[in-house]
Design a protein around this ligand. Sequence first.
Ligand SMILES: [Zn+2]
Length: 299
Amino acid sequence: MKTDHAKIHLNIGGYEIIPLPTGLFGLDGGAMFGTVPKALWEKTNPADEHNRIPMEARALLLKSKDKKVLIDCGNGADFIAKYGDKLGSKFAELYSVDGSGPTLKSSLAAHGLTANDITDVVLTHLHFDHAGGATSAIGDVIKPTFPNAKYYVQSENLKTAQTPNVREKASYLSPNWVPLLEAGVLQLVNGATKNLLPHISVWVSDGHTTAHQVVIVEDDTQKLIYCGDVIPTASHIRAAWVMGYDLHPLKVIEEKTALLKSTQEKNTYLFFEHDPYCDVATVETDKSDFKVKERFWLA
Ligand SMILES: [Zn+2]
């Protein structure tokens, strides 16, 4: 896979746009691409001997004079302390979590920041690979990782996490959000919200899971869309390339198409949480579908 993309520096709505890699992990390639045949997806996303493809868990830091906003938190690093010996060790093995690379904390430190500096954390949804880093084990106690931050999640997503269906049960792990509720730092958001924070809006999608929020940072000339699991990698820009994990694949296609249409209005970049081969991309139309125009690394 080609990775020598151009570097681009983005500043939108007064925020510096900073990717924070939190560590690679692996998911089944077939599950990541649903009905797309392996002969097609393995060209862009080669698999290991267990058919797993590498996935990034890329958080986003929006840094302004007044605010340090974090979007999603990756898997977290302390599975055994948080989920217990049995589930914790199985977890690291099953998802081939690579502990040798950057973590959320080391990525923040690379920008001169600590967990204390974060003012706000917007969670797209509470699946473990997005909310795992939201809490940390300190001895026997699990606490919010960012002690001075308000956390934001859709109220309907919290409800579904608290009473998950059989299919999603293994992804909604309570140590990732119960400590946020106990500490009184979780702000519940009801539906699409303009300017949740200055220049930061959320848009709700129900195809991947109930009430997943896509985060949009915007000013007069530019826009960045943090796609979360609606478009997890650049390969998923194609309409029919949806995950087997999605609860409602046809709904994802509909929502993704609306989101991709909106990229043609102004200078727009899609930010990919799970793509190990680029940070962001621009998009162009391709007959009735969309395709990548250019991939970039953020500088
Ligand atoms: Zn998810």
